[in-house]
Design a protein around this ligand. Sequence first.
Ligand code: GLN
Length: 236
Amino acid sequence: MCRHLAWLGRPRTLAQLVLEPPSSLLVQSWAPRRQRYGTVNADGWGVGFYAPGRPQPARWRSARPLWGDPSFASVASVLSSGCVVAAVRSATVGMPLEESAVAPFTDGRWLLSHNGRVDRAVLPPVRDAESTVDSALLAALVFDRGPDALGDVVREVGTADPAARLNLLAADGARLLATTWGDTLSALVTDEGTALASEPWDDDPAWTDVPDRCLVEVTPDGLTVTALAPTPSTPT
Ligand code: GLN
């Protein structure tokens, strides 16, 4: 299971968002605190971010662990952005191990990360997937349907594959969209902006947990959470 995060707000450096917090994505790549599936996230990492005057995001991905990319630390402290999506990967068994299989995936203005797994057999055929990894096929499906259909796509895919885990995180430079479907997601709303992350990157008590099976939207005006489906009841 991977870990991902997004930021929308005043520009922050990639180092501030990804490397420096006490439980940053860098630390989560070997010591996640809330990960339910898998123990380390060493099968690659990626970051996508938006720069002024350019609607498409810039993106850097690698099939190496984040801790094995020390050159990134040097540039990360001078790259800043007001909209960022980043992820570290723990590949699902049987999925390709390659840079193109690492989130965030992109199409036009959009970035998308998937924390989870899905049976590829239930996904409709898609064009232009970046890789054969389940997450890239799912990303291509979301891009095809339009990210505003994110909640519908998750509901449909989750019905077709009841064992699917579908925590998605998308951005277009001006807003963030996320779903919870089988794994953790936390939110931090501050005066400077809003963060969404698979798990809090520090112990700030202002982090809140997003319930399972929800759709989250973040705009400069704030954060809204809507239920996608009733939370599955725990067997007694
Ligand atoms: N299934 C995806 C992959 O193999 C995502 C894995 C994850 O969330 N750990 O990359």
